[in-house]
Design a protein around this ligand. Structure first.
Ligand SMILES: *Cc1c(COP(=O)(O)O)cnc(C)c1O
Ligand SMILES: [Zn+2]
Length: 427
């Protein structure tokens, strides 16, 4: 057997572990990075090398994750569990660009993944590794999208899935996916942060494979958002990439991937990364603006349930990536999130609330002069509109507590005759 081309390294104390060791954290409690040895492949990699896989028929080449497998995890195509994922569209909408105050603003819609969120990019790698390790049981704590993705990939791989979700705080689009794909779904009488502690303890004790974003292989898969975005842009690096931050795995992944691309010489500079948090779940924002360490938010609260997280597991990786890219952290209110969402939705693109922190945050950073009006900016939309239809209908009926339906498009009730109907067509 040839030596593995990767190892695990502690983010805190730099202790190394073998690449296939079953562990979620370092002995010191720190989180782990996958550290690649690219020396055997570096010379053969080029942007053209990845471009020639576009349009291929092999699922491993077709996947917007595994197309970049040399940079993600060098598994062989028959080891990979793929749907395939990625290949999401990059949209330009004048209406949204105007709202944000930019000429050049594009949105990559990760809600177009197989289970309708970017979580599939990490999950395909996490489940493939679980299969390689011979695991039969997998678990996660989730605000919703991770559980939907885990449930679907576990079903495909023939594994038993356990998902832990905060009671009453999960959007129905996500809960219904976990149930439908057959995961054992356990609602914890507590918030996400509590569910996360429990599932980590459970997995350690029972030898169940943990597939939260503490799992460093999920981070490797999510790097592909950045790779594919650059490929969409013909490898021209934008000035900024803007995305939401909850548990902070996704922005950690984006930074890590882009950094590796630059080290390999496939791009010549890094885009700046702007991470946007909800005001009620803003521990990264607070740490960034005060220069202090993480202080968890005890009762995280936001209508954007996918980022309703007070104690983010990837805090250190996230901060490292933001500093390396000369990035920034911003926060936005629930009102700003839902007003931005109304613009994204009305442009015919549509996304779930957490995704639209991207647009609300970009608008705020342009207004503050941090992002220049002529700069080239790409935003990531993380999940699909239909994940959380209750919030959509609530906003358009102006029925959400503490939120104004500023751009509401309410349904109209009318008597069942043509004269009455015409009044609403000709006004
Ligand atoms: C998971 C998720 C996020 C947050 O990503 P993190 O990696 O936890 O920061 C944002 N939006 C959606 C739709 C998500 O599912
Ligand atoms: Zn350590």
């Amino acid at each position: 057997m040839t030596a593995l081309a990767w190892k695990l390294t502690c983010v805190d104390c730099a202790t190394d572990y073998p690449g296939l060791e079953l562990r979620n954290r370092c002995q010191c409690g720190g989180t782990l990075d996958v550290v690649h040895d690219f020396s055997a492949v570096a010379d053969s990699l080029s942007t053209a090398y990845f471009d020639q896989r576009l349009g291929a028929r092999l699922p491993a080449d077709r996947s917007g994750v595994w197309r970049f497998r040399e940079l993600i995890l060098p598994l062989s195509p028959d080891e990979i569990v793929t749907k395939p994922e990625g290949n999401t569209n990059l949209y330009r909408a004048a209406r949204v660009a105007d709202y944000v105050g930019l000429d050049d603003f594009q949105l990559k819609h990760e809600g177009e993944n197989p289970t309708a969120s970017f979580k599939d990019r990490g999950m395909t790698v996490g489940i493939s590794l679980a299969k390689k390790l011979g695991m039969t049981r997998v678990a996660c704590a989730s605000t919703g999208n991770t559980s939907a993705s885990l449930a679907a990939y576990a079903a495909q791989a023939g594994m038993k899935a356990y998902v832990f979700i905060p009671e009453g705080k999960i959007a129905y689009g996500k809960l219904s996916q976990a149930l439908a794909y057959g995961a054992r779904t356990i609602q914890i009488a507590g918030d996400f942060d509590r569910a996360m502690q429990l599932v980590e303890a459970l997995c350690d004790q029972e030898g169940i494979y943990l597939l939260n974003s503490i799992n460093p292989f999920r981070i490797e898969g999510q790097k592909a958002i950045g790779f594919e975005l650059l490929q969409d842009l013909n490898w021209e690096v934008p000035d900024w990439i803007v995305l939401p931050g909850g548990n902070l795995g996704n922005n950690s992944a984006l930074s890590k991937g882009l950094y590796e691309l630059k080290e390999l010489g496939l791009i010549d500079r890094l885009p700046r990364i702007a991470v946007i948090q909800a005001e009620g779940a803003n521990p990264l924002y607070t740490a960034y603006t005060t220069g202090r360490d993480l202080v968890p938010v005890a009762q995280a609260e936001t209508i954007a349930t996918a980022i309703r997280i007070g104690n983010p597991v990837s805090f250190q990786k996230s901060m490292r990536g933001i500093l390396a890219s000369d990035g920034i952290v911003e926060q936005v209110s629930d009102q700003e999130i839902l007003d931005a969402k109304a613009q994204v939705d009305a442009a015919g693109i549509g996304a779930e609330p957490a995704s639209c922190t991207t647009v609300a945050g970009a608008k705020k950073l342009v207004a503050r002069g941090v992002i220049g009006p002529k700069q080239r900016v790409c935003g990531i939309l993380t999940g699909h509109l239909l994940k959380d239809s209750d919030t959509v209908v609530g906003y358009h009926r102006d029925e959400l507590a503490g939120i104004k339906g500023n751009y509401a498009n309410p349904p109209i009730s009318v008597a069942a005759n043509l004269a009455e109907v015409l009044k609403h067509i000709r006004d």
